[in-house]
Structure formats: C-alpha cells, structure tokens
Design a protein around this ligand. Structure first.
Ligand SMILES: *[C@@H]1O[C@H](CO)[C@@H](O)[C@H](O)[C@H]1NC(C)=O
Ligand SMILES: *[C@@H]1O[C@H](CO)[C@@H](O)[C@H](O)[C@H]1NC(C)=O
Ligand SMILES: *[C@@H]1O[C@H](CO)[C@@H](O)[C@H](O)[C@H]1NC(C)=O
Length: 341
C-alpha cells in the first residue's frame, strides 16, 4: 500500500500534477463532501491525541469518502455521535495548527471547530489527568524584545506606530537571576504582543489586534454540562492518580511555539496570565477561527506540570500523555453528543 502510494506520488510529481492550488478534480471531491455538510471540524495536533478518537466506537468513517488528502493533510470524513465531522491532524505547533484550521474552514462547509489534545498545567489547583475547557486563549509567543538599558517607562521600538504595545506586560530576565550578585543580565525584557488579525467581515489589510480570544459562548455554555463525565484515573492496574480526574471550565489557556518544561516560567505564566492550560496550538486555532468568524472551543487534558518538580506526582509528560489523550477524547465525544443536531 505504501509502495503504491509512493509510486502514485512519483508519477504525479513527474507529470507536474502536484502543486499547491486546488485542482478541478479536488473541487469535485470537495463539493461532493460539502453536499453532506455542514460539519463540525475537529483539529488535533498529533497522532497519539487523534488515535483514541479514530478508535472510538462513537466514530464512523464515511463509507463513500472516508478521507480527502490535500496539502500534506488528511481530512477524515465521518460521523461522531451521529454528528457529521471532519477531523484533521495539524502537526505540532502554531504554524501547522493555523494552517490546518485555515484549510479546514476554507475548503469545507464547517459550522464550528472543536480542538482537543493534551497540555501542560500551570494551575496548582488542578491535577494531571483533569480536562480543561478554557474560556479565553492567548498566543504568548509574539514578543518585542527590549533593548538593554531600557525599562518599563521607555517606549518599545515601533510602539508609536501602534505596531507594539506595553499593555500585556513583560518578562524581565534579570528577575530570574539566582545569584544576588549577578546584576547584569543583558537579555533585559520581552513584552507580550497581541496578534494582528484581519477578520473576513472587515476591510482587507486594515489590522485589528487580538490577545485574549474568547471561545464561542454557546459552546462554552454546552461545556458546563461536561462536569460529570467519567474519566480514566489510572495508567495501569497499580499506578493511579491521587483522585479521579475531572472536567473543569477555566478562565484561560495560552499557547506558543514553546514546550514549557521549566518551573520558573510556569510560575510566571500562572501569576502573570492566570493561565491553566499551556500548549502549542490552541491559540493558533482560536485566532484562525476568529479571523473566519467560526465558532471555536478547545478541550485540553492536563498531562504534566510544565516543569514543576515539587509535586509528589511524577511530572513526566511521557507517563501521562496517553491517559490524558484518552481523557481529552472522552470529553470531546461527550461534547459533540451534547451539540444540537
Ligand atoms: C529589567 O531589569 C533591568 C535590570 O534590573 C532593568 O534595568 C530594567 O529596567 C528592567 N526592565 C523592565 C521593563 O522592567
Ligand atoms: C504501571 O505504571 C508504572 C508507571 O509507568 C510502572 O512503574 C509500573 O511498572 C506499571 N505497572 C504495571 C503492572 O504494569
Ligand atoms: C484565575 O483563574 C481561575 C481558574 O480558571 C479563576 O477561578 C479565577 O477567577 C481567575 N482569577 C483572576 C484574577 O482572573
């Protein structure tokens, strides 16, 4: 099968058929798929977070067109809890997540996007295995790195143009020096910046700014009903979490192209942004949906403590990733079942 796929690819490449544009043949297939829509789009970062969903008895692939491959992505068509869905695995991090979401909402008749996966936990009140549904998401990886010698009262480069702002605060590297004597930290500060967004219903090229992006209010109300979903609390017969995991709606989640495995930065993110879930994709999906005015929500199961090693629980993402992935999918399936038909 692999070899055949490779040969087809090779022939297409040689004949010059593989290019980025949507071919006439592609459009035919897309139209066929869209005739059965609208769909709920499901965006998931990686295979280990997607597989529990594909393996679930609640998911049934479409018998005629189970998937559509385009631009290095596979769009899986089917029904989940009797609702029509299109599932796409984005790959790691913000660029892939934004790109996959953009294709999903551009090519297909999608009435809303649900994103799920695992996340680091910056909230001391929650436990590994818990599943969070944040109300707001921000991308915390867009920075203005301030010149050495400048401080909080100095304007940032290009701030006067409205390109950058001091509104969302900063991280000062010298606050993290371990030795009191070391006073010179040349890294100075980075200031968190909102994204420039260009919503489809606004004038092209006229930028707006977005930092905290809210999830869809109707979806967030539906998520209230997820409280009593039963979740897995054991890795195996002998290794169980201290209490059974739960589903919680929380205030905030944050994303950036950074795997946070660092206690000091985790504490900073928690105190500065009051963030619970820390991941690498949700805000990109949120921002893309904001631009496309498409309802969005994210379900993220906590798999590790983002570098906090003071807990009695082992803090290894690798140990709890599969339990957390399963819990995220369990909650996703319940969420889809609660949506109106
Ligand atoms: C960051 O710390 C340095 C060194 O202590 C200081 O000079 C600078 O004013 C601080 N910057 C901000 C924005 O707080
Ligand atoms: C259960 O998982 C823990 C943690 O990975 C491991 O140390 C232990 O050996 C496992 N026990 C069994 C019975 O597989
Ligand atoms: C911080 O987040 C928690 C949990 O999401 C929430 O209950 C609390 O109200 C938030 N606090 C502030 C100051 O926003």
């Amino acid at each position: 099968m692999r070899l055949l796929g490779f040969l087809v690819l090779l022939v297409l490449c040689i004949s010059g058929k593989i290019r980025g544009e949507v071919s006439t043949q592609n459009w035919k297939e897309i139209e066929k798929i869209n005739k059965k829509g609208p769909y709920i789009g499901i965006v998931v970062p990686n295979a280990f977070e997607m597989n529990p969903l594909l393996e679930s008895s609640s998911f049934h692939a479409d018998s005629k067109s189970p998937f559509f491959d385009f631009a290095g992505k596979r769009f899986r068509i089917g029904k989940l809890e009797k609702k029509r869905v299109i599932i796409v695995m984005s790959g790691l991090s913000m660029l892939n997540a934004g790109f996959a979401t953009q294709l999903l909402v551009t090519l297909f008749k999608v009435k809303g996007v649900v994103h799920h996966g695992i996340a680091g936990n910056a909230n001391p009140q929650l436990q590994i295995g818990d599943v969070t549904v944040p109300q707001f998401w921000a991308h915390t990886g867009l920075w203005n790195w301030q010149r050495f010698g400048h401080g909080a009262e100095d304007k940032l480069a290009l701030e006067v143009n409205g390109d950058y702002t001091r509104k969302f605060g900063h991280l000062n590297f010298s606050n993290f020096n371990n030795h009191k004597k070391l006073v010179l930290n040349l890294l100075n500060s980075v200031w968190y910046q909102p994204e420039e967004v260009f919503p489809i219903n606004s004038i092209p090229e006229v930028r707006q700014h977005a930092f905290w992006v809210p999830v869809d209010n109707k979806y967030f109300q539906v998520a209230k009903k997820l409280k009593n979903v039963k979740l897995e609390g054991c890795v195996n017969k002998t290794a169980c979490l201290p209490r059974n995991p739960k589903v919680v709606r929380v205030k905030r989640g944050i994303s950036s192209n950074v795997f946070v495995d660092n206690k000091a930065y985790r504490q900073f993110l928690s105190s500065k942004f009051n963030a619970t879930a820390i991941d690498m994709e949700s805000a990109a999906v949120a921002l893309t949906c904001l631009q496309y005015q498409t309802p969005f929500i994210a379900i993220r199961a906590l798999s590790d403590l983002a570098g906090d090693d003071s807990s009695s629980l082992s803090n290894e993402a690798s140990l709890y990733a599969s339990l957390a992935s399963q819990n995220a999918v369990t909650v996703l399936i319940k969420f889809i079942s609660l949506l109106p038909s």
